[in-house]
Design a protein. Structure first.
Length: 305
């Protein structure tokens, strides 16, 4: 029997009504989180000591960025030190594992902070767990080796993909320092397919370069910022072999329920890009990096997103 027009109308009205109610509760939950930060009078910055993003001593590119954001919100800044292995758990309150490139939630954990900011590369599997801000910094992963290594830097071409393949072709039987669950995860780059030998040392990322110098591995994956710092810190002892990825971007991580907080951060980021404070931070901590990533800084520095 055909459904009457009045019945169809009542069904449509109910659908719209419940949709509005759902959106209301979602918006209320989001605003409640912003209000909770204001009521507590503090924003908790989850950070890992890494590559001048976070020093652990009260400064760093990411530290200064979130301190400025706290000032914008009119709340106190609080640093919460964490690790690469637990930083996402500490934000989302969920434990997880990566299986064949897919995220599986495995349980719950205490929430310890409100935003991740420490040079967090925007990766597809991470986007399944949290939401990222507008990109805050350019990145990419390079292969580094000791200056006296038999590995020789590739001759760059106009093809980034071709350069990556050249680098990978050098890795048969070569030991490479990597770190699962980060942008230096060997699974992301399928290094096992080219015969590279992953060295699973229990190190922090900022210890990778000295480990290569000490001969603990023949080479290491390292992101661009950390590579530049390593070359500056240990002049003449390391060399860049070439890229393992195309250009990447970093951002600050927020809980998926915190859309309002993320939006406020993006607004703050637009403001400091427009008035020049952003580039002052970049040049203070990473002088000369804009020469490596001109397109990123042309797009994001002093322009609207």
């Amino acid at each position: 029997m055909p459904v009457s027009i009045m019945t169809q109308l009542r069904i449509s009205v109910r659908i719209v009504f419940f949709s509005v109610i759902l959106l209301f509760f979602q918006a209320t939950a989001t605003l409640a989180d912003m209000n909770a930060i204001r009521d507590a009078g503090v924003i908790r910055h989850l950070g890992v000591r890494y590559a001048r993003f976070v020093s652990g001593s009260g400064d760093g590119f990411s530290t200064d960025l979130i301190k400025g954001f706290a000032n914008e919100l009119g709340v106190r800044y609080e640093y919460v030190e964490t690790s690469w292995q637990s930083v996402i758990n500490d934000l989302t309150g969920q434990t997880y594992r990566i299986v064949n490139g897919k995220v599986e939630i495995t349980g719950e954990s205490p929430i310890k902070g409100d935003v991740i900011a420490n040079g967090l590369t925007i990766l597809p599997w991470r986007k399944a767990l949290l939401d990222f801000s507008t990109p805050t910094f350019p990145s990419g992963v390079w292969l580094i080796a000791r200056a006296d290594s038999s590995l020789q830097p590739i001759q760059p071409s106009r093809s980034t993909a071709g350069d990556i393949e050249k680098v990978k072709s050098l890795l048969g039987g070569t030991s490479v320092l990597c770190m699962p669950g980060t942008c230096l995860d060997p699974a992301l780059y399928k290094l096992e397919k080219v015969g590279a030998k992953w060295v699973p040392l229990n190190l922090q990322m900022n210890e990778f370069a000295p480990a290569v110098i000490n001969g603990d591995a023949e080479s290491s994956l390292l992101d661009v910022a950390d590579s530049m710092i390593a070359l500056e810190k240990w002049p003449g002892q390391l060399k860049i072999i070439g890229p393992v990825t195309a250009s990447q971007e970093m951002g600050c991580g927020f809980r998926k329920s915190d859309a309002d907080l993320r939006q406020r951060f993006n607004e703050y980021l637009r403001t400091i890009r427009s008035d020049g404070r952003y580039m002052k931070l970049v040049q203070h901590y990473y002088p000369g990096i804009e020469g490596y990533f001109p397109e990123f800084f042309k797009r994001y520095a002093g322009q609207q997103d």
